[in-house]
Write a protein that binds this ligand. Structure first.
Ligand code: ADP
Ligand code: MG
Length: 276
């Protein structure tokens, strides 16, 4: 086990009501400043794992320890640890529309800082600062719901970062982003990583894993960890990636020659069967 991990999961299983398993005996320790991607096919449990890390769900069995404290529903209800945990851990939801609720971008990004024990004008100044840093200040009076998908994702990130979290959790953050927004996001995540933040992404995007992470964990259809290691090693293991349905091979006929190559799966809908 990692020395003084920020997060530690011990034999964690999670079943949604109705009993279907979503996580199966997960053991995982996360060190400070680690940049982890959780990879795996649809339904393997990535979002559930992030929700446990964010204290939104609690293990059905096993334990989740954060900053040395066992995290339970009671512990997060009130008190100093609960306040610290909420400040230190931020979550960027997969669906920005669920996350964004204010009538302007500035209000949205000020919301978190205004909950902190600082003067309101200082909180708003902090929100403006983060909007400037992320090159979003021109949107400050816009309505979040009227923004493009990429802009919504950026505003959601800005509001997650405005309270200065130590740990950033993001669920499929590059989904539906155009290439420019996606490389903007990867650059930003890399900058945050260099600044010492601990970052955990759930993704099916192997490019993100390759360009960003220092560590990758793969979950399979049985909701278990089947690999934990360096992204370069895991991404080179085509047999494993194929087995867990992160890539699959198509045979292509080219006259009398045939060759194989892999396709990545983002989600079921943007599956590209086009023949070259
Ligand atoms: P992933 O993010 O990897 O696609 P999830 O964590 O969303 O996987 O889901 C893991 C399993 O739990 C899946 O079988 C999924 O159908 C089930 N599941 C997810 N959310 C719920 C829910 N709110 N109620 C019941 N089952 C759920
Ligand atoms: Mg998910």
């Amino acid at each position: 086990m990692t020395a003084n991990p920020v997060f530690h999961l011990e034999d964690v299983s999670f079943n949604y009501s109705g009993g279907r398993p979503a996580l199966n005996q997960i053991n995982l320790s996360l060190a400070r400043a680690e940049k982890l991607v959780i990879l795996g096919p649809n339904g393997c449990g990535k979002s559930t794992l992030l929700k446990i890390f964010d204290g939104l769900l609690f293990p059905t069995s096993g334990s989740f320890t954060a900053f040395g404290q066992t995290v339970t529903e009671e512990v997060l209800e009130k008190g100093e640890f609960a306040a610290d945990f909420r400040r230190w851990v931020a979550f960027v939801f997969q669906d920005s529309d669920i996350q964004l609720f204010s009538s302007t971008v500035l209000e949205e990004v000020s919301f978190g800082p205004l909950q902190l024990d600082i003067a309101p004008n200082v909180a708003v100044a902090r929100a403006e600062e983060i909007l400037k840093m992320l090159d979003l200040i021109h949107l400050k009076d816009s309505q979040p719901h009227q923004l493009s998908g990429g802009e919504k994702k950026k505003v959601a990130l800005a509001s997650s970062l405005a309270t200065g979290p130590e740990i950033l959790l993001a669920d499929e953050p590059t989904n539906n982003l155009d290439p420019r927004s996606k490389s903007w996001l990867i650059d930003l995540l890399n900058q945050l990583g260099e600044a010492g933040k601990t970052i955990v992404l759930a993704t099916q995007d192997l490019e993100v894993a390759a360009q960003f992470a220092t560590r990758a964990v793969i979950l399979d259809q049985d909701h278990k960890i089947v690999a934990d290691g360096s992204p370069a090693d895991l991404l080179a293991d085509k047999e494993l990636l194929e087995k867990v349905n992160l890539i699959h091979e198509h045979w292509h006929e080219h006259g009398d020659k045939s060759h194989q190559h892999e396709h990545t799966h983002r989600d079921e809908h943007d599956h590209d069967h086009t023949r070259e």
